[in-house]
Design a protein around this ligand. Sequence first.
Ligand code: GRF
Length: 193
Amino acid sequence: MVKSTGIKKRTVIFISGNGSNMKNLIKFSKIKNSPIKVDLVISSNKKSSAIQYLKKNKINFKIFNFRQKNKDERKIINILKKRKTQLICLAGFMKILSGNFIKRFKGKILNIHPSLLPKYKGLKTHERAIHNKEKFSGCTVHFVNSKLDSGKIIIQKKVKINKKDDPNTLSKKILKQEHLLYPKALKKILSKT
Ligand code: GRF
């Protein structure tokens, strides 16, 4: 578990895609009583549109494509050690971290997933939920362990699936809720009381 000392946790965000959750977490980190301070962003995708945002907002970032996963993870571990990273937030990060990496930061890695876990682990969550005629889907923030999308659940938000929803409309509705849920999860695990 992440112990809170009342000082903002030095947090690194890992991304691969558009980075809307990342931007949202950065905004959240700037709020006065926020429990986190975003120290660095690691992107597995040099073409991510989030890179422009990071440059513009003068936020440290590094790119690792994870093609040589062990090598990249070793470099990242060294960087995080030097920066005394206290928390890692995966936000649309599409690479699978090794068991060794996860062990190294045990209880300090969080992920957001666009389904009501344990349902629909992995990819294409919206397609599968609609295909199965689910009435609800949603999003989950959880601790990361060595099994994909299987760590302890911190918080979830249900989202209704309407008859008219397709994967695209559903993903937009859920993403909106993700932006509310990730900060809520951080407050939940890092609040002093
Ligand atoms: C989100 O739905 C997240 O849950 C999933 O990928 C999407 C990433 O969106 N893992 P963004 O990059 O944060 O905009």
